[in-house]
Design a binder for this molecule. Structure first.
Ligand SMILES: [Mg+2]
Length: 291
């Protein structure tokens, strides 16, 4: 992802060593680990706080149905835009995010869990990404091919930073998955910022943007880029009529700026303080067990 790396080598080494100790029987099991190690979740793959979200991504037919639902709706909106489009109008275009919108990174998340990690790890992401292990989000290829058939231009806008070769890797992903318009002119890569609005402004100079697709509010409007959970939600509600009409959203329970709203940063460090913050977020509303 675009934000700076937060995991230290020491953290990773500590997790690997503990994982090896458990695998080799050097410790009797989770219950015999020192309290500090349990709190740290190090090497503790079966108590990893990412498991539910990643299992949902890896297995739930409902997750894939939501992807199809999004792309089916996108097609309906394009048909409407085409029907309303007059010959003198600017040509129609679609803007789409890449990660978690048109491509999935399932083996990255599976690898993190096998490594005993319970937070997004930027170093692992940068190592994993050039291997083209991505898969298409269900419905995405059909939709973008339909756009091409109908004369609707597709622009890919992503915020990624894998150094000098970032653009090359992103373009390779589009080509690897056989997406149409997989060429330099249709790809915008922001390495130093998650602000995608300059791409939108540039595209709108020549095109009428019929639809924007993403998995993160920031993919649609920069003013969603706020850190407060309630403020973010209120901004989304302000634009409630845009969801499913101008904006098409793919669900993503593992990462994005919803994480930033909880922790204050998109890629929080794997610390017990942050695990407590996650627990507080998950118990924001909680029954007291008595009434
Ligand atoms: Mg994304």
């Amino acid at each position: 992802m675009g934000d700076k790396q937060t995991t230290t080598v020491t953290d990773r080494d500590r997790r690997r060593i503990l994982g090896l100790m458990i695998a080799g029987g050097a410790v009797g099991g989770v219950s015999s680990l020192p309290v500090a190690a349990q709190d740290g979740a190090a090497g503790n793959e079966i108590r990893n706080s990412l498991l539910w979200a990643v299992a949902y991504k890896q297995t739930a037919a409902e997750f894939y149905a939501l992807c199809h639902q999004a792309y089916n709706l996108a097609r309906m909106r394009i048909d409407l835009a085409l029907a309303e489009h007059a010959s003198g109008d600017r040509p129609l275009a679609v803007i789409t995010d890449m990660d978690n919108t048109i491509l999935h990174a399932l083996s990255y998340w599976g690898h993190l869990i096998n490594e005993g990690m319970d937070f997004f790890d930027d170093a692992t992401w940068d190592e994993w990404l050039p291997n083209n292990l991505i898969t298409s989000v269900p419905g995405s290829n059909d939709f973008f091919n339909y756009c091409e058939e109908q004369g609707v231009e597709v622009f890919y806008v992503t915020s990624r930073n894998q150094g000098e070769r970032t653009f090359e890797y992103a373009l390779a992903h589009l080509k690897h998955l056989d997406f149409p318009f997989a060429r330099e002119e249709n790809l915008f890569v922001f390495r130093e910022t998650s602000d995608k609005s300059p791409a939108r402004q540039k595209i709108e100079e020549s095109f009428e943007v019929a639809l924007t697709l993403g998995d993160n509010l920031n993919d649609y409007r920069r003013d969603y880029y706020v850190r407060d959970v309630d403020e973010r939600r209120a901004l989304m509600e302000r634009d409630r009529d845009d969801w499913g009409t101008r904006f098409i959203l793919i669900p993503n329970p593992t990462d994005g700026h919803w994480v930033r709203a909880i922790f204050g940063e998109s890629e929080p460090a794997p610390t017990d303080d942050n695990r407590r913050i996650l627990k507080d977020a998950a118990t924001r509303v909680a029954w007291n067990g008595a009434e």
